[in-house]
Ligand binder design. Structure first.
Ligand SMILES: NC(=O)c1ccc[n+]([C@@H]2O[C@H](COP(=O)([O-])OP(=O)(O)OC[C@H]3O[C@@H](n4cnc5c(N)ncnc54)[C@H](OP(=O)(O)O)[C@@H]3O)[C@@H](O)[C@H]2O)c1
Length: 313
């Protein structure tokens, strides 16, 4: 029987890369990976081709190219790149273009990598979170949540709510930093509340599990590897690094003023997750995530493989 092709946007990146590798790691699973990239000549794209993926060129801003990239595919994994441009409007235009391309290509199962529209719980009139960019509370969440409607209207989609990547400790400046006395401190504005986290690689593995579950079409599901407080994360970090790490639970107001690009957006995001701990964790069931991806890592397992890569400066 011929394999079902899954076209993967962001295939050279964190989420899409995990999905391509999950498909290729299961040669008898009945699925083939089509990696979508802007540059098939890049080292990352060539590595995916070498591992057995079909590699096609397309930019999500080019609808005709996206339609070609999805043509003949059974499934499409759609992700956007908020931190490349910081624009909710651009993110939404790209989401709509992918949904339209998937519809035109007749894709049978789409996964839209999304997050909550926080304004459903915190309307713009609610001053607990400052309104940003005129009409958002957590711009990189709200614009994705709003874009769920494009996929719902146009495609047979599963909306996949992802979680904070633990890889942010390596790539996003979230690793512990030495304080004035040299002690490492892990900073997060979540008081004693739990943060659902996940190894970025596991998002793609869970997505692969979703593609095997036609009953999840039309549903919104959430995934996480573990729900941990900042204190629990600091303790696990200390153990993995072999030196003490303290939890620096700054107030969200202070985090918003850290001044790096996106600090206000992320300050609101952490505050939202803390305010709605029960609902936010509840939307990311660990047993369900593991049923999609039996290899799902805990934070400690992720640290065993990755602690040495965390910059401590
Ligand atoms: N960091 C977190 O904790 C976290 C948690 C949940 C959700 N998210 C969301 O995850 C999304 C990013 O996903 P990711 O981390 O997998 O991204 P990523 O690792 O930065 O990779 C994105 C890939 O997409 C490709 N790409 C970028 N712009 C493109 C375009 N215009 N057209 C086609 N391909 C393009 C790039 O590949 P080529 O150069 O090969 O084209 C890149 O390798 C963001 O929207 C973010 O909000 C992040």
């Amino acid at each position: 029987m011929s394999k079902k092709t899954i076209a993967v946007v962001g295939a050279t990146g964190a989420q899409g890369g995990g999905l391509v590798r999950a498909i290729l790691a299961d040669p008898s699973g009945g699925y083939a990976a089509r990696a979508v990239t802007r540059d098939p000549a890049s080292d990352k794209a060539k590595a995916l081709a070498q591992q057995g993926a079909e590699v096609v060129a397309a930019n999500v801003d080019d609808k005709a190219a996206m339609r070609r990239a999805f043509d003949g595919a059974h499934g499409a994994f759609c992700v956007t790149f908020f931190w490349d441009h910081f624009s909710p409007e651009k993110e939404q235009a790209e989401a709509r273009a992918m949904a339209e391309a998937a519809k035109d290509a007749g894709v049978k199962h789409v996964i839209w990598s999304t997050l909550e529209d926080t304004r459903q719980r915190v309307p713009l009139s609610d001053d607990r979170l400052p309104t940003l960019m005129g009409k958002y509370k957590v711009p990189h969440f709200d614009s994705k949540g709003e874009a769920d409607a494009f996929f719902r209207e146009l495609t047979p989609a599963t909306c996949l709510r992802t979680s904070f990547y633990w890889d942010n400790l390596i790539h996003f400046g979230m690793g512990p930093k030495p304080g004035p006395d040299g002690t490492l401190a892990f900073t997060m504005p979540m008081a004693d509340k739990k943060l659902p986290g996940i190894a970025a690689e596991d998002i793609g593995r869970c997505a692969y599990g979703v593609f095997k579950r036609a009953d999840l079409i039309g549903k919104t599901v959430g995934i996480a590897g573990e729900h941990l407080t900042g204190a629990q994360m600091a303790a696990a970090l200390g153990k993995a690094l072999g030196k003490p790490v303290v939890y620096n639970a700054v107030p969200p107001e202070a985090f918003r003023k850290f001044g790096f690009p996106g600090a206000e957006d992320l300050g609101n995001m952490f505050q939202y997750k803390a305010m709605f701990e029960t609902e936010y964790c509840g939307a990311r069931d660990l047993a369900f995530s593991r049923s999609l991806n039996p290899q799902l890592q805990t934070f400690t397992q992720w640290l065993e493989a990755n602690a040495k890569r965390i910059p401590l400066g």
